[in-house]
Design a protein around this ligand. Sequence first.
Ligand code: BGC
Length: 795
Amino acid sequence: MTAWTLAYESFDPVTEGLREALCTLGNGYFASRGAAPESEADGVHYPGTYAAGCFDRLDSTVAGRTVGNEDIVNLPNWLPLTFATPATTWFHPGTADLLDYRQELDLRQGVLHRTFRFRDEHGRITAVRQRRLVSMADPHLAALETVFTAENWSGPLRVRSALDGRVGNRGVRRYRDLNGAHLTGHATGARDGITWLTAKTRTSEITVALAARVETSPARSRIDARSTWIAEHHMLDLHQGQETTFTKIVALTTSRDHAIADAPSAAIRAIRRAPGFGELLDRHRMAWAGLWHRARLDVNGPQVARVVHLHVFHLLQTLSPHTADLDAGVPARGLHGEAYRGHIFWDELFVLPWLTLRFPEVTRGLLRYRWRRLPEARAAACAAGFTGAMFPWQSGSDGTEQTQTLHLNPVSGHWLPDHSHLQRHVGLAIAYNVWHYHAATGDIEFLAEAGAELLVEIARFFASLAALEPASGRYEIRGVMGPDEYHEGYPGALSPGLDNNAYTNVMTVWLLLRAREALDLLPEREREELALRLALTGPELQRWEDITRQMRVDFHDGVISQFTGYADLLELDWQCYRGVRRLDRALEAEGDSPDRYRASKQADVLMLFYLLTADELGQILERLGYPAAPDLIPRTIQHYLKRTCHGSTLSAVVHAWVLARSDRARSWRFFTEALACDIDDVQGGTTAEGVHLGAMAGTLDLVQRCYLGLETSPGEVRLNPQLPARLTTLALPIRIHGACLSIGVGRDGVRVSRADDGPEHLSITVYGRRAELGRGAEHFFARQEQERDALVPAR
Ligand code: BGC
């Protein structure tokens, strides 16, 4: 095992689902789980393939009610390939006599290797070597190469290669009562050495097409076609000790693709043009080399480096330059499984900041996904009695609310009402990303076209949520949920929702200020046009200004209260629930509810210290007339740290961040926990249903922005590295305001070099010392005595 590989040395049915998720191959257009090609979905294996943005909506009946759910669709399976030695049945890893078995994911090149040897019931030993790729160079192509060696025998080997449309969404056990039969209208065919299969999603009516070409010799084959499945049967002549290669190359298209007449003809044209495995692999490797050049994040220590590479790898397989133009969002669980139905939440808050500094064009594309759904968000705000744009907590195809209305507690078996759509704060995450994209790129064109409109419409919505309450003399936001999903409402209350969630209220103030600033950044003509188009008036802007001075924030015991009334909640007996992450499920099964306790699923108030600098937060509180005591931040961190069970993988990222400067040892522990979230499946079985993209990207952003102390504003970059004791060196490239910078942090200081592009001058401030960096220039900022502490081992 190296810093660039993920290897498994045996076949283990118990952890196969986890491995499939972690060995997923994808290219930002589609991805396929790392399932064994010989297996169908059977409780151990789950070969899922998902295309970005390909959703379908179906009704199901649960607990006597009809509920509609939109799912990312599990597409027809392109992988199936199995074989049989003479007078035996098809090989299957679960039943075969395996002599050895190894699976290795090459993270640098994006290739999944699998080697094994098996003995059939007649004592014949056959070695099998496979390489698999989902092309990063041509996003519609995938390939599987299999090399057979008969070790102690010679004779015919039957090989069956198929395209399988008999799939449904069956990847998540607790959704199995829901209708997952998204595909219909299957058809198959074969012509000129190509087999194909098409199907249509039931309600979104997206046509999906697969076309396959097989290369082997001798090319003797028979086709077995049914409407939902098509197989080619080949007979290979194996000679003892000699290698025989069988290659399957596949094209996948959908009717959502650009520049096609129809999906089936596009798939057939693509597969005709597709080169052989060798050339496909070369092109794929080159595409990955290009991505890694931009995505490099070098940290010392092979264990940490390996997980960092794994996280970059899966992030780029979900969101690559191929995604930018697809009208797709950031799926919380990647394209790696069916958890959360492939929906798009606020998790982009943890994903886009890293991408923005590496692949700004991908961020721009992902922000456009939101911008295109402004009409739906406006309609949702209006229907709820507000103005502006109310983005849904869970978004899928068209930007309507996709949050489930009922969810299953697998511990109690109860179907329960789900109020999480009240997490209005998702709009704040979108606005934060728009603002930071602008700060890092200075892209006025995007701001004028889409960014400012998003900021204004989201600001308008949050301003309309806020009402001036005579009793407090302050603006208040009632009936919402914060990020902590364990608090849905007040104990015993008839309707869900909480008042004055501090995160929502403070970020609303931040947003109203930024939306104003964004308008000021626009060229005069664009500003006037936008104000006219959105009917922005002076009184409306004055109301925003008033809110930024009179928003309500609650405090108790010298800390910021998560919401009004938080102080009245009971303390949980944490001893009884030690190590329980899904407190909601445990308490509900006991007839209780986390609503009654000071117990959080994840960082909520602490999100403020994650997103805002101490100065930014201090200024907002000051403006609101709540001057912050010097120990407000540390006290608040300690308060919630003791009362959070980290039932979301995002929580460890936030805690690592907020502790980075005050308790580096603890920050490191949270960082390593966040690193472990998927590779070690720390939430106990959830990774098999899809990786946690927010936590994966969050760990990268932690190194890049938090440990590096990186802040950007137009024309300026500030670095104030404070690496954890275990991280002694760090090197990475970033793109900022159109310039490519290479940053290296070591014991002696920070070296920043600039490629020969971007604006003529860029100002870089490191450790508070400023330098102008012209094109092609390099500057070394030596670490001075007072900054040494940055490398002193933490307590
Ligand atoms: C978390 C949310 C998150 C969602 C999707 C939930 O468990 O509580 O904050 O957005 O997962 O990742």
